[in-house]
Design a protein around this ligand. Sequence first.
Ligand code: LLP
Length: 421
Amino acid sequence: MDHFLYRDGALFAEDVPVSEIVAAVGSPVYIYSTATLERHFKLFDEALAGMDHLVCYAMKAASNQAILKTLAALGAGMDVVSGGEYARAKAAGVPGDRIVFSGVGKTDEEIRAALTGGIRQFNVESEPEMRAIDRVAQTLGVVAPITVRVNPDVDAKTHEKIATGKSENKFGIPIAKAREVYAEAASMKGLKVIGIDVHIGSQLTDLEPFRLAYRKVAELTETLRADGHEISRLDLGGGLGIPYERGNSAPPLPVEYGSMIKEELGHLGCEIEIEPGRLIAGNAGILASRIIYLKEGEGREFMIIDAAMNDLIRPAMYSAHHDIVPVQEAEPGAEQQPYDIVGPVCESGDTFAKGRMMPKLSEGDLVAFRSAGAYGAVMSSEYNTRPLIPEVLVKDDQFAVIRPRPSFDEIINRDTIPEWL
Ligand code: LLP
């Protein structure tokens, strides 16, 4: 459930009409709902009630400072994957002991920053990285808490570009090699092994792949404990999917996911961490855009809107579906027609939907992409020198710009000219 609903035919973000935000800020614009962000975080937090746990929001999904602060105020931890994300989490006031550091390519500089600023744990993805963390920690005279990310070789049954738990993927160490790697970790003076990490992919719409992976983690916990390692924390990654197509998909709920975790891992007495991103931010954001032209093609009508692939890359990159709805609802029974919904960028890939049935719309009308809060603004670019679009956060009947649209001058002046020109 989210807080983008129609009232008397007009789409609202909480208690604010979307058209009012666009009138004030312009289009296209990302609009987030505080109540939805909070609701989704709490669903996870409550799903794990009764177990010692921390929900670490995977901030790669949407990392605006205002979003981070909203979640941090509820006690969220953060899952970060770069020095930049670490700095963002700290700037939002998240204490180091609530920040976990994931990602396959942590540099010495990033490791040093996290060890200096405080870190809950590093999720180690390879042996060379483990040695690097040990080396940097010893140089600083500290001990780095780590888990090792294991690759359980489980098919997450999701889009191939966002599956991470198969042996052919670059993530983690093969689970069969875990005993060897933990033995090496235990011998390193700069490291303290505290647990195991796993993350098998994103937009999972079935609990079974999670269950298979977590079962393997449970077995490994027992094996490693028998080897003498202290395994007190299990980081189970993120990945629970969201319903991108209203009425057509119903992925498992956080509460069902939580029960499955208790069933598979509850007996181990470990602290549980999860790293959801999409389910917290995805349906907490929409992208509002204006129709520039309606253009008759051959046997089709193009709806050319002012948002493009640089603003929301998911359809072009993963053939992802986003529901696109009119901001002013059509009359019940209004005539529908198919549209090819495209942006102004000079590529045929700049297509959001083909043959999408919508009520008949006019040039100048507003449309909204649902489920655009996760992997939307964060993956945008200024391709075609289209300024990064603004982000707005709504809370009840208030809204605030949380990232302004840059001017052309700001964009141009970011470039520097060598003296020979
Ligand atoms: N933890 C780790 C280690 C991850 O790599 C990810 C996502 C998450 C947690 C959060 O997963 P989530 O709960 O959001 O599914 N850009 C793609 C999704 C990439 C996901 C990358 N890793 C998309 O737009 O679908």
